[in-house]
Design a protein. Structure first.
Length: 119
């Protein structure tokens, strides 16, 4: 059974850095793209970044480009979200999700990890 587990969320200060980890099991990752999402003020879930497992190609939401970096570790079946220069607006639950690379729909989701940026 496929499972995604996010870890690494905690309370940090403005300007700090934080790395989130998504550990993946039960998937043939060669077929998938892994994405990171977070909830906005209205609790809508918004896309942040994604990485295609095979190619390593990445894509980012415009507002985080240059501050956030998504990467993968083939030896650990994990995807990371490195977040730098954190701002109060980055406070949110963060979710990892998986979609078949040739599909638009993310169908497998983790339960999330909370990031709080304190000023």
């Amino acid at each position: 059974q496929a499972q995604l587990v996010e870890t690494g969320g905690r309370v940090v200060q403005v300007g700090d850095s934080l790395r989130l980890t998504c550990t993946i099991s039960g998937l043939d990752l060669s077929l998938y793209t892994l994405g990171w999402f977070r909830n906005g003020p209205g609790n809508e879930r918004g896309f942040i970044a994604a990485i295609t497992w095979n190619s390593g190609n990445t894509i980012y939401r415009h507002s985080v480009k240059g501050r956030f970096t998504v990467s993968r570790d083939n030896t650990r079946d994990a995807v990371y979200l490195q977040m730098n220069n954190l701002e109060p607006g980055d406070t949110a639950p963060y979710y990892c999700a998986a979609r078949r690379t040739f599909s638009d729909e993310y169908t497998i989701w983790g339960r999330g990890t909370q990031v709080t940026v304190s000023s």
